[in-house]
Design a binder for this molecule. Structure first.
Ligand SMILES: Cc1ncc(C[n+]2csc(CCOP(=O)(O)OP(=O)(O)O)c2C)c(N)n1
Ligand SMILES: [Mg+2]
Length: 798
């Protein structure tokens, strides 16, 4: 076998039994319209809509043209209402055009593409109004999320939480081929394989171009193998019907062999140049091959160009056949669809076309070719060769557009009045977290039934063990705990079951966040509200940070437990110590950060968190916890104190009137701060001790009060302002946390107090807590020094 024929894709039949001729004709018309609308939407945003600044509007006409057939065939034919789709970000105008034709998108939103309030640059669940299932933007994430969505769909059904009669949907991603450069895609593939996911389609728009260039020739030969090794069904769609028909004619075999071995760069370059360039090149390379002259002579330049660019991803019939052929199976399927970036546009094939825009002249030519008259640019059926009523009827009958709930409203799950647990006199927040979940696991509350935990291989070391022992690990099949069956003693019972409520992941934090995104959208996507809790070591939040941001961007609701954290996990060393996570927690929209010191605070925060995850204007919650046991207060958690914990801060020891000094702390450094406080009380009897379980809530409320005052609400005040009011105007604050000091130092701006911010600013190293606190200046002596410093500064007016 020659190299060329080895690459040849098995020849599918040329007939199309599954699609009636009129349906095919309608689909071809609509595909043309989608191409036009996408190109026009982008052109309008850049050239027609008046601009107010010099910043380019942008949009991706070439990326859109590449995927118009694949998406039209999907939405107008293959998709069912229960299916969910992640569309590659740069095909957003194609998606919006399709929804427009289906009656789910307005002309105004299209005309305002990329403008404030208009259709979004990249499909957005929260900002777009035309039924985006899965947001995209950061390449690789949306596609990978489909696998976790599929897992969640199975979870919901196996727990009998799915709405009755609702069939399983297929989780579908339209990928740009360069998205498969992102490592997270392969992490997800592997995890998906482990969990035996089903009902997933990945459609790869294989235009062999990324942003900067043409992708390497050898890559996809490898990728095919990757998918096959994960037990995916791989369907390569290479040639359209014209090329397949030509194969049997004069010179056909030689022609296809030539394409098979043609480097991606060369194919793209000649595609850009067009018919005459094909003729010259083929004459040069294949002029002596039998039948080639005849083939070339029987095709004019335009016909030759159409033939040579007739790749399957632009051949409606071939795409429909491929979708239909895969429709019966629930095996994950990857379609590698050969396409041309910029197909049908003057941008086609050019290596620089990613953000290329057609010039007004090119657009005028394209418009004429589409038969669109001036003023009819947005008309759904203008310039088409089929009766508008017939097309309207066709669109009305599209399976995807039949009445069905696509965004579910789900009732809220009641949260018990208290989640308090008993601990010893000394306790760590991580251990208490495990106890709270264990208590929930023992009971039979609705809350416990809806909690799903997940962890990337740190289940036991983040104290999820007791919960897992009781609620088991989720698996589509029952699997006994072999160690138990073999009488090997272990405190961990790892029984797997379809009823399990913990999803065990391999070590890939990206996957944790994508799973949390899918679990946290289970209500709207699958009609069953779940309350996901994900645990990981705090420093490794950074490993999955983009996926965390992505989950929050989609308004997925979950509880994230970062533990252990800071330098307090001392002997574990610098590679495991987290420094910036408090700032991540404060800065991340859609995520509220708490760092409790005491177990009673944790119980209050978790309770609030479960409600916040369900509130219409709520969000996700991040708890930064610790393994360091500290002396508990033994106090009663009053309603008033609980409110203050949630507001972000409370006076653990209130200051006297006009006090000169306050120690302010967050989290596990409480013992050092308390010791310092006792030591300085003799000299500063009026000093106060402020505990800050949520610098994030406190800060957000402070900004909010400012905004409200600006908006005319003159008496609006923030919790931080009220708390700091009793201090003398020139009092000093010493702020302390096991994390970056900027998380608390802003408190000085609330009332203009002096501040000495203590925290961690450098990488750590192994040691015990005492050594590391001394090294990073978090120990009692350092706090006393800082207190002296602010007092001296006050006395000297500096
Ligand atoms: C994580 C991330 N990195 C970089 C980008 C910028 N970017 C946008 S599209 C793109 C290339 C996309 O190529 P491909 O996926 O093949 O899409 P297509 O060729 O269909 O446009 C890049 C690098 C991004 N959106 N996300
Ligand atoms: Mg590409």
């Amino acid at each position: 076998m020659t190299k060329a024929t080895a690459l040849r894709v098995e020849k599918p039949p040329l007939s199309s039994p599954s699609v009636e001729p009129r349906e095919l004709a309608a689909l071809r018309q609509l595909e043309r319209k989608v191409m036009w609308l996408a190109a026009w939407t982008i052109h309008h945003a850049n050239n027609v809509r008046p601009a107010r600044d010099e910043v380019k509007v942008g949009g991706h006409q070439a990326s859109c043209a590449s995927s118009a057939t694949l998406l039209s065939a999907l939405y107008f034919h293959a998709l069912r209402p229960q299916d969910r789709v992640a569309v590659k970000p740069h095909a957003s105008p194609v998606f919006h055009a399709i929804q427009y034709l289906l009656g789910n998108q307005t002309r105004d939103k299209l005309a305002a593409f990329r403008a404030f309030g208009g259709a979004q640059s990249y499909p957005s669940r929260t900002k777009d109004t035309d039924d985006v299932d899965i947001s995209t933007g950061s390449v690789g994430l949306g596609g990978a999320m489909t696998l976790f969505a599929s897992l969640v769909q199975d979870y919901v059904r196996l727990h009998d939480l799915a709405p009755a009669e609702r069939p399983d949907g297929r989780m579908i991603a339209l990928f740009g081929d360069a998205e498969l450069d992102e490592g997270n895609v392969f992490e997800a593939l592997l995890e998906g394989w482990k969990h035996d996911v089903r009902n997933a389609w990945w459609i790869i728009d294989y235009n062999r171009q990324s942003l900067d260039s043409i992708v390497t020739d050898r890559l996809f030969a490898r990728l095919d193998g990757v998918f096959t090794s994960m037990n995916w069904d791989v369907r390569t769609l290479k040639y359209g019907k014209l090329l397949r028909a030509a194969q049997d004619g004069p010179g056909g075999e030689a022609l296809l062999n030539w394409i098979d071995t043609c480097p991606n760069q060369l194919y793209s370059a000649i595609t850009f140049k067009g018919g005459n360039a094909w003729r010259q090149r083929l004459t040069r390379d294949l002029g002596d091959s039998a039948g080639i002259r005849e083939l070339l002579d029987s095709h004019g330049d335009a016909a030759l160009h159409a033939l040579m660019t007739n790749l399957a991803g632009h051949d409606m019939e071939t795409v429909l056949e491929a979708y239909d052929a895969a429709a019966e199976s629930d095996r994950p399927t990857c379609f590698i669809a050969y396409t041309i970036k910029g197909f049908g546009l003057p941008l086609a094939g050019h290596k620089d076309n990613h953000s290329g825009l057609m010039t007004p002249d090119q657009m005028a030519t394209f418009k004429a070719a589409n038969g669109i008259a001036d003023g009819d640019e947005w008309e759904p059926f203008a310039g088409l060769d089929m009766d508008a009523d017939e097309l309207r009827d066709f669109l009305g009958a599209v399976p995807f557009n039949q009445p069905a709930t696509r965004c579910f409203e789900t009732p809220k799950i009641p949260v018990p009045a208290s989640l308090a647990v008993k601990t010893g006199a000394k306790a760590a927040t991580q251990e208490a977290f495990g106890r709270i979940l264990n208590e929930l696991a023992r009971g039979d509350s609705e809350l416990a039934a809806r909690i799903v935990t997940a962890s990337p291989d740190v289940t036991v070391s983040t104290n999820l063990g007791p919960w897992v022992n009781r609620r088991r690990i989720f698996d589509r099949r029952e699997r006994p705990d072999t160690f138990r069956a073999e009488d090997v003693a272990s405190t961990q019972k790892w029984v797997m079951s379809p009823a399990g409520q913990h999803i065990e992941l391999g070590i890939a934090e990206n996957n944790l966040f994508l799973l949390l995104a899918a679990l946290g959208l289970s209500g709207p996507l699958f009609g069953a509200r779940l309350l996901p809790i994900g645990t990981l070591y705090d420093p490794f939040i950074a490993r999955g940070l983009d996926a965390l941001n992505y989950a929050c961007y989609q308004d997925a609701r979950f509880m994230l437990i970062g533990t252990p954290s800071g330098v307090t996990l001392a002997p574990e060393g610098g590679a495991h110590q987290s420094v910036t996570t408090p700032l991540i927690g404060m800065g991340q929209p859609g995520l509220t950060y708490f760092e409790p010191a005491y177990v009673d605070e944790l119980a209050v925060i978790m309770r609030w968190g479960f409600n916040h995850m369900q509130a219409d204007d709520g969000g996700s919650v991040y708890l930064r916890l610790s393994t360091r046991p500290i002396e508990q207060t033994g106090r009663e958690m009053t309603a008033e104190l609980a409110d203050q914990v949630i507001a972000g801060a409370y006076w653990q020891i209130p200051p006297g009137p006009d006090a000169d000094l306050a120690l302010v702390y967050c989290g596990v450094v409480a013992p050092e701060v308390l010791a310092a406080f006792e030591a300085l009380r003799e000299d500063a009897p009026d000093a106060g001790l402020l505990a800050v379980p949520s610098a994030d809530r406190l800060h957000a409320d402070w900004l909010d009060a400012k905004r409200r005052r600006q908006a005319g609400e003159g008496d609006a005040t923030s919790h931080a302002e009220r708390l700091l009011a009793p201090l003398a105007p020139d009092a000093g604050l010493v702020t302390v946390l096991d994390g970056h000091p900027a998380a608390l130092s802003w408190l000085a701006a609330v009332r203009g107090h002096r501040v000495a911010p203590l925290g961690v600013e450098a990488f750590g190293q192994s040691g015990d807590v005492a050594d590391l606190y001394r090294h990073h200046r978090l120990d009692t002596d350092a706090i006393l020094d800082a207190a002296a410093q602010v007092c001296v500064a006050r006395a000297t007016g500096r």
